[in-house]
Design a protein around this ligand. Structure first.
Ligand code: G6P
Ligand code: MN
Length: 445
């Protein structure tokens, strides 16, 4: 079985490969093709993968190419984990927004819109090529903003593209952990958009255990989301929000913290990764050790400004190993081997959340089997959450319209309608500022 990884020179590729190395069963991935635009990044990552594979007898073969069509031909699965504009682009997304006093974050608010505007045209081009060159392939989209990018690709690939994110999985695992439940035996009632969802229940043996958590202040304050949002606010909501909702519920504080940070997240990662890829040019460098050190530092500093404004302290040790690669592998196994399971994924709504139309990509528990991911119907969200979900979906649709038509007015509308952008004038200046720094936005007229 052939797996093609787009963004194959990306820093998190060794996580995916590491997960593949644990799979020895019949029908596993035997061939990995890395695609990237940048040769030296491919070389660096291939070095790490070679060290990972050195002790594993049946390790999948790895090849690398900068030819996209060649990479796609014959693929059974395609992972798309690209970063249009690189980390320099991410740092610019943050800087331009923060200078206007609004949130500059990779996926949320103005930063997410700017990133979406330059990523969607590239993702659509990839989707068209997959449809032509590998029509039977399943596409697993990691590329952020993951919900929006998955929806853009679904217009060309239908339900053969599935978006993934590890944050709902991490959230479910933490809640199950504090309740003393086995995450594998629990059903997590979670719904929303990517980075904009809520856990409304956690059922074990047919009983909802969430009320027990909400009633117990010690338990509720003991894990990441409890510390970020505070016990009182979680009780008021009667649900546990995805950590990215911290940017909405505590917007003023997070914007200020980001403005005052010595380096924004994107700038920090840009510099950190530049050092890693530079080190990989040295023939004597210990690739896997350098990669793992860099990864550990990245994990430890994840959302550090949010945790600081909330007084949440350090991350729990259990939260430092991510889970991104595990969701991807579980999804691939379920489809390739018909190993039926339930996973929270980004798929077309198909009536699961009735307030949105059937083609809107949402993040929702899905039954997965050889036929793909089937969203499970969920109870409606409360009005305040429905309001946010619909507003942000409206923004995503404007981004898609702008990417398709090249209309600058649609781009302005996308920024202006976002709940975290507080003036049409700000939206106009954001479009000015972003088009000035991003070559990838030159298509906006
Ligand atoms: C979480 C999010 C991902 C994001 C990742 C890394 O897992 O769900 O969407 O890519 O964190 O964030 P970072 O700030 O380290 O790039
Ligand atoms: Mn994510």
């Amino acid at each position: 079985m052939k797996l093609t990884i787009l963004g194959g020179g990306g820093f998190r590729v060794p996580l995916v490969y590491g997960a593949l190395l644990t799979d020895h069963a019949e029908g596993r991935v035997t061939e990995v093709v890395l695609h990237d635009l940048d040769d030296s990044r491919l070389y660096a990552v291939a070095r790490v993968l070679a060290e990972q594979a050195s002790t594993v007898a049946d390790a999948p073969t790895v090849t690398a190419t900068t030819d996209l069509d060649e990479a796609l031909r014959g693929a059974d699965f395609v992972f798309s984990a690209i970063r249009v504009g690189g980390l320099e682009g991410r740092a610019n997304d943050e800087r331009v927004a923060l200078a206007e006093g609004v949130l500059g974050q990779e996926t949320v608010g103005a930063g997410g819109i700017a990133y979406g505007l330059r990523t969607v045209p590239v993702a659509v081009d990839i989707a068209r090529r997959v449809a032509r060159l590998a029509p039977d392939a399943w596409v697993i989209n990691f590329t952020n903003p993951a919900g929006l990018v998955t929806e853009a690709m679904s217009r060309h690939l239908g339900d053969r593209v599935i978006g993934i994110c590890d944050s709902p999985v991490g959230l479910g695992r933490r809640i199950a952990g504090v309740l003393g439940a086995n995450p594998r035996e629990a059903f997590i009632d979670y719904v929303g958009l990517n980075h904009l969802g809520w856990v409304r229940g956690l059922r074990v043996a047919g009983r909802d255990e969430l009320p027990r958590l909400l009633a117990d202040s010690d338990l509720l304050g003991s894990f990441e989301e409890g510390k970020l949002f505070g016990v009182d606010w979680l009780r008021s909501l009667g649900a546990i929000p995805n950590e990215y909702l911290h940017y909405y519920y505590f917007n003023r504080e997070t914007v200020r913290a980001y403005q005052q940070a010595e380096k924004t997240r994107g700038a920090f990662l840009r510099d950190q990764q530049a050092r890693f890829y530079e080190e990989m040019r040295r023939p004597d460098a210990a690739a896997l050790t350098a990669w793992d050190r860099t990864r550990a530092e990245r994990e430890a500093t994840y959302m550090s400004e949010n945790r600081e404004t909330a007084g949440a302290g350090e991350r729990d040790a259990d939260d430092l190993s991510g889970g991104y690669e595990k969701v991807a592998l579980a999804l691939m196994r379920a489809i390739a081997r018909d190993e039926r399971t339930t996973l929270i994924l980004n798929v077309r709504n198909q009536g699961a959340l009735s307030v949105l139309d059937t083609d809107a990509v949402i993040e929702v528990p899905c039954l997965v089997d050889a036929n793909g991911a089937h969203p499970v119907a969920v109870a409606p969200l409360p009005d305040h959450a429905t309001g946010l979900v619909c507003a942000v979906k409206g923004v995503e649709r404007e981004v898609l319209a702008a990417a398709e038509s090249g209309s600058r007015a649609s781009a302005v509308k996308a920024f202006a309608l976002h709940p975290l952008v507080d003036s049409v004038n700000v939206a106009r200046r954001l479009v000015e500022g972003y088009t000035a720094v991003h070559p990838g936005l030159a298509y906006l007229r």
